[in-house]
Design a protein around this ligand. Structure first.
Ligand SMILES: Nc1ncnc2c1ncn2[C@@H]1O[C@H](COP(=O)(O)OP(=O)(O)O)[C@@H](O)[C@H]1O
Ligand SMILES: [Mg+2]
Length: 230
């Protein structure tokens, strides 16, 4: 099933009396099992686009369909339940809970989802291993490097086996080499687990890792392409 389809989607922010058109009639299809990178300068609308794809926000106009579900047809409660079950998020500043260990941060979405304890342990250990942190499950975020924190966040985003993982500038707070290792890890996990991943970035190095690319400027998609290797 196609993970994401947008048709003529517009979003306007109201800042006092000023209207900011963040997205202008954007149409976009994201194919399943791809590592898609949305590139564009700061202020071009990347975060707005990811928030609409991630059902964190709703469009002013147009149609957003995620995993076959039309977002506008859902109530706010149904939408947050849908989001929790089908979408994983990775953020620029990691957004880990500082008082929880790496293990507990990864486990957290499963507690909300009422997954049985033995199954929780199995999944958390599998993902700690998959992100190269099998020995660091007891560490709190403050005891981990930036790259390690982002690995924990990636494991947390994948722990409920979502169809779609969205990452908004996941390497922006990391040095280039660490950022490259995070992108390589996400690409590997995308292929191993068959999940669709959409990453936003203004870094050309991230764009170079894409199976499919979308370029956005001033709230408009100016180009998109599928890599032949995908
Ligand atoms: N909450 C908001 N209120 C007002 N304007 C906003 C808000 N969020 C974003 N914008 C504006 O919308 C445009 C797109 O922003 P954004 O999606 O954050 O771009 P990017 O992530 O590419 O930097 C920018 O002009 C930004 O200033
Ligand atoms: Mg942004």
């Amino acid at each position: 099933m196609q993970p994401v389809s947008l048709r003529n989607v517009s979003k306007v922010y109201h800042l006092d009396a000023v209207e900011v058109a963040a997205l202008n009639a954007v149409s976009l299809d994201i194919e399943a099992g791809r590592f898609t990178v949305i590139s564009g300068p700061s202020g071009s609308g990347k975060t707005t686009l990811l928030n609409l794809i991630g059902c964190i926000d709703r469009p002013d106009r147009g149609e957003v369909v995620v995993a076959g579900q039309a977002v506008q047809a859902m109530t706010d409660d149904a939408l947050s339940d849908f989001r929790a079950r089908h979408i994983g998020f990775v953020f620029q500043n990691f957004n880990l809970l500082p008082v929880l260990s790496a293990y507990e941060n990864i486990e957290y979405p499963l507690l909300l989802g009422k997954v049985a304890p033995a199954e929780r342990r199995r999944r958390v250990r599998d993902l700690l291993d998959a992100v190269g942190l099998a020995e660091r499950g007891d560490s709190r975020p403050g005891q981990l490097s930036g790259g390690q924190r982002q690995r924990v966040a990636i494991a947390r985003a994948l722990v409920h086996a979502p169809a779609l993982v969205l990452a908004d500038e996941p390497t922006a707070n990391l040095d280039r080499q660490t950022g490259a290792s995070i992108i390589a890890l996400m690409h590997t996990l995308q292929q191993e687990r068959g999940v669709s991943i959409v990453v936003s970035s203004h870094d050309p190095h991230v764009q170079a890792a894409a199976d499919a690319s979308v370029f956005i400027r001033d709230g408009l998609i100016v180009a998109s392409k599928e890599e032949a290797a995908a």
